[in-house]
Design a protein around this ligand. Structure first.
Ligand SMILES: *Cc1c(COP(=O)(O)O)cnc(C)c1O
Length: 382
């Protein structure tokens, strides 16, 4: 085991409740794609389900199949990347709802429903300006024309029941970005075009950051991901969410080296004076990025006020830290040093490595001992 990753399920639930309070009147869903942002969907989903989450979103059908039993028949499970050709039967069989991203996907889903003699639920995504997924304005127009042209015959929508119309923000974490207003206007325009065909269908636009853009974008359902897991949805302001993860690495060995000693691959660091170097058993194969080389620091929980700088290149399986500032403090093998936690937030570590909390979390590797603090604060290990 390279280190210990502590995941606070109670904090995830508390974050979900805080978001729900922030958007009264809207359903607060939960995005659990990429194995709940790397934290373990099979642990996160039951905690959120018990707290009252009724809609879950993943990216891929395989992810949905892996948690469908935990979501159960009384909650909705959506696949954001939509329907891949040929996946219709598996998706319908498991009661999973695709987010339909094109007219072709809508047609394929409706045909599957007609084959089964029922209306299969799905979400319909419209592209409001991100140019990534969803029906283009042109496709929406074609859909309206087809529905207008239908004279007494079966509706092209027969077989599909649209349970949600959604779109996605590109710049929600920057409240002043002009793209936000433009996307809201484009979403409203698409909705008005669909109003006759799909009256009263719940609408959804906001991800975590979108929730903080104001009540006008909450609509009937919000889709937070990163804020549940402790990332700051309002990067221009202090983080309103509770931290969820703590990451500890273990000291493998320490050594005292003379002034001018080279540390690590490429000899990119040389000590300015005699120094004590600790080697910690976490490396880039554990998702602790190589871009942390010669940047950032760890702390020993016994003296959280003292920063222990990362020196040298981060290796695959270990990294080196200058622990001289701890003086003669004994750091025997197995001593834990904190990489992410109260002293260094997820977002700060990510920024220091030139990335974002999303990438850091989803990249944390498989070699950690994962310790879950459940909603009742009991520890369970995996
Ligand atoms: C990932 C994703 C979300 C969640 O986004 P966060 O920024 O993590 O809250 C919501 N909607 C869609 C379409 C997504 O792809």
């Amino acid at each position: 085991m390279s280190g210990r990753l502590e995941i606070d399920l109670g904090a995830i639930v508390a974050n979900w409740r805080a978001l729900a309070r922030h958007a009264p009147g809207a359903e607060m869903a939960a995005v659990v794609k990429a194995d709940a942002y790397g934290l373990g969907a099979r642990r996160v989903v039951p905690a959120l389900r018990a707290a009252g989450v009724r809609s879950f979103f993943v990216a891929q059908l395989a992810e949905a199949l892996a948690i469908a039993d935990l979501v159960g028949p009384d909650a909705a499970l959506y696949v954001l990347n939509g329907l891949m050709p040929g996946a219709e039967a598996a998706c319908a069989e498991a009661g999973i709802r695709p987010v339909l991203n094109s007219l072709d996907q809508l047609d394929a889903w409706a045909a599957e429903g007609r084959r089964r003699g029922r209306e299969l639920p799905a979400a319909l995504q419209v592209d409001s300006g991100m140019s990534r997924l969803g029906l283009s304005p042109d496709e929406l127009q074609r859909l309206r024309l087809r529905l207008d042209a239908q004279e007494g015959g079966a509706s092209p929508l027969a077989g599909a029941r649209i349970a949600l119309v959604m779109s996605h923000f590109a710049c929600a974490e920057t409240p002043g970005h002009p793209a936000n207003a433009a996307q809201i206007a484009a979403f409203e325009h698409a909705l008005s075009g669909l109003a006759e065909i799909l009256p009263e269908v719940p609408r959804s636009l906001a991800n975590s950051s979108g929730i903080f853009l104001g009540p006008g974008v909450h609509y009937e359902l919000c889709r937070p991901g990163i804020a549940l897991y402790g990332g700051n949805p309002t990067p221009e302001r202090p983080n309103p969410m509770r931290p969820v993860v703590r990451l500890f690495g273990r000291v493998i060995q320490t050594r005292v080296v003379p002034e001018g000693a080279a540390v690590g691959y490429g000899a990119t660091w040389r000590t300015a004076q005699a120094s004590r170097i600790a080697t910690v058993g976490i490396g880039y194969a554990d998702g602790f990025l190589r871009s942390n080389s010669n940047r950032g620091h760890l702390v020993w929980p016994g003296r959280p006020d003292i920063a222990l700088p990362i020196v040298g290149i981060v290796s695959m399986d270990c990294l080196t830290v200058d622990v001289s500032a701890l003086g003669h403090q004994d750091l025997p093998p197995g001593t834990e040093l904190e990489l992410i936690g109260p002293q260094r937030s997820l977002d700060a570590v990510a920024a220091g490595a030139g990335t974002i909390g999303y990438e850091l979390l989803t990249g944390l590797g498989r070699r950690y001992q994962r310790v879950y603090l459940d909603a009742e604060e009991h520890e369970t290990c995996e």
